[in-house]
Design a protein around this ligand. Structure first.
Ligand code: FE
Length: 300
């Protein structure tokens, strides 16, 4: 089957890499790896070489999204599918693949103009088990579900986004028509899945950036609570209070990270149900903190 199997990695441009060192390790509990280049950090949460690559630049946004296919045959088949569909796609050189820490990579853009890297063969370091940056009750839930999910803004119609990601093998559709304070019409959100995680990519989230939020899922509920306590103690703005989503039924909360978009920490998400349905509100909680949303989620 030629389809994306998981959200493998993401590269994020960050203006304040020192603030991210502290946030990633002490708030999120991720392992921060410093390569020779002082403008780069690798953030780990499992055996993979990295799941997040931070690059010092002024964008404070997602630079590229790494989507995995199973192996070399699927990689070649995916390249043919995209080429036949008229998508502008370029297979990376050996050096480019090495820089991505994968066996092979191809470069393209989605209809929003967001860069995508489709790859197979990530570098997995079984000699380097995940070493959290601070105490944790358990680890991060990644296997068979990718490292988490990401909600992005959109600049084109949902139809175009749906058609493109269907080509990549993702499935899903509109799951929310959600009233958001200070935004006149209910906001429609599209959710797409490719594995046992209820959604891997989502589109339509209000943001001045490409990215609205990035979610990591912990293995134990206590780690959501611990992260919440640490966020409060550090004075980091909570954007959406703890609650349970209607679609993935994840218990989670959202905070503002040093790049000004949201990080979501969740626990207990369900798998895709295989049939479409939509929601107007969450199961409970998830109250927006209005004063912390101004200027990036709602008008200032
Ligand atoms: Fe989310």
């Amino acid at each position: 089957m030629t389809e994306i199997t998981e959200l493998g990695y993401v590269t994020v441009g960050v203006s304040d890499i020192a603030a991210w060192d502290e946030f990633a390790s002490q708030i999120l509990g991720l392992e921060v790896v410093r390569p020779d280049d002082p403008k780069i950090r690798y953030l780990r949460m499992d055996y993979w070489h990295h799941r997040i690559k931070l690059v010092e630049d002024s964008s404070d946004d997602v630079l590229t999204t790494g989507l995995r296919v199973a192996g070399v045959l699927e990689f070649r088949a995916m390249h043919k599918i995209l080429s036949d569909a008229g998508v502008d796609v370029r297979i990376g050189t050996a050096d480019e693949a090495e820089a991505c820490k994968v066996l092979e990579v191809m470069f393209l853009e989605d209809p929003n103009g967001y860069p995508i890297e489709i790859f197979h063969g990530p570098l997995v370091a079984y000699d380097m088990p995940f070493h959290p940056g601070r105490r944790m009750h358990g680890g991060y839930k990644t296997a068979h579900g990718g490292f988490g999910h990401m909600m992005l803004n959109r600049s084109v119609e949902f139809e175009d986004i749906h058609a493109f990601y269907t080509l990549l093998g993702l499935r899903g559709g509109i799951e929310y028509k959600m009233p958001i304070p200070m935004i006149p019409e209910p906001v429609e959100l599209m959710f797409l899945h490719c594995n046992e995680r209820q959604h891997t990519l989502a589109f339509g989230g209000p943001s001045e950036k490409r990215v609205n939020h990035m979610m990591f899922e912990t293995e134990r509920m206590e780690d959501v609570g611990l992260a919440y306590d640490l966020v409060k103690q550090a004075g980091i703005p909570v954007i959406i209070e703890p609650g349970s989503h209607a679609n993935d039924q994840m218990y989670s909360f959202y905070m503002k990270n040093p790049s000004g978009f949201m990080s979501e920490i969740g626990w207990g998400g369900r798998s895709p149900t295989g049939q479409s349905e939509y929601y107007q509100r969450d199961a409970f909680g998830h109250a927006p903190v209005m004063e912390n949303m101004k200027g990036f989620m709602v008008p200032a």
